[in-house]
Design a protein. Sequence first.
Length: 259
Amino acid sequence: MFTDLMEEDGQAVQANQFLVVDHGVGAVIDPGGNLAYNELYLALSRWFAPRELSYVLASHADPDIIASLDRWMSSTNAKLVISRIWERFVPHFTKAGKTEDRVIGVPDTGGRLALGRSELWLVPAHFLHSEGNFHFYDPVSRILFTGDLGVSMMNGEQARTPVKDLKPHIPKMEGFHRRYMVSNKILRLWVQMARRLDVRMLVPQHGAPITGSKAIADFYDWVESLSCGIDLFDDRNYQLPTATIDARPARGNPLLRVA
Ligand SMILES: [Fe+2]
Ligand SMILES: [Fe+2]
């Protein structure tokens, strides 16, 4: 896990990138945008030759997940693994022809991808928050990579320390989940499925991992009862606008302004 590869200049949200290697076969998970590319390529090289990567796994198609696709398609022979519903959109991130025969479009039901002598499970996580979204479960480390679910707003250094006590951590997650997650129904369906997995650690794309059976159980309970997204929207959110937009460049972390 790489937590602090991007400069903390307040322009871009902190993001984690991941390398998984099994018996000499490597995959990167959610490598990020162009801000992270150079640093990630270098940092990765300490553990694995980036040119030898077999897969780039993208939980969904957001800029902080896969905007660097052109660079990865150029510097490696890796195939991109992404939801089928984004398959024909991601070529917009690259120069013409770069993704030809190199995109593995995953159906909504997900699946198990062979990696070395083991496999990575592509677990359905649609609408959390993206319409076509997968979490990645590693049965060896028993880590569930949860993309934008379970994220917390903090800097890269803080993101290195796993959370063992959920309660004081909730304020760092709440605003984001209420606005970015689509609905409580989806959270409940996801929890129902996740509880059947043997998970040692939940690892999100932003902020700190959540570890230990107590904190993980508390996280499931928390999201299961959370109202979010369309649960909170009604006709008041769809009024023709009257306020003038402040055209001065915004300062600070925009995700912290979402509440
Ligand atoms: Fe996202
Ligand atoms: Fe994200």
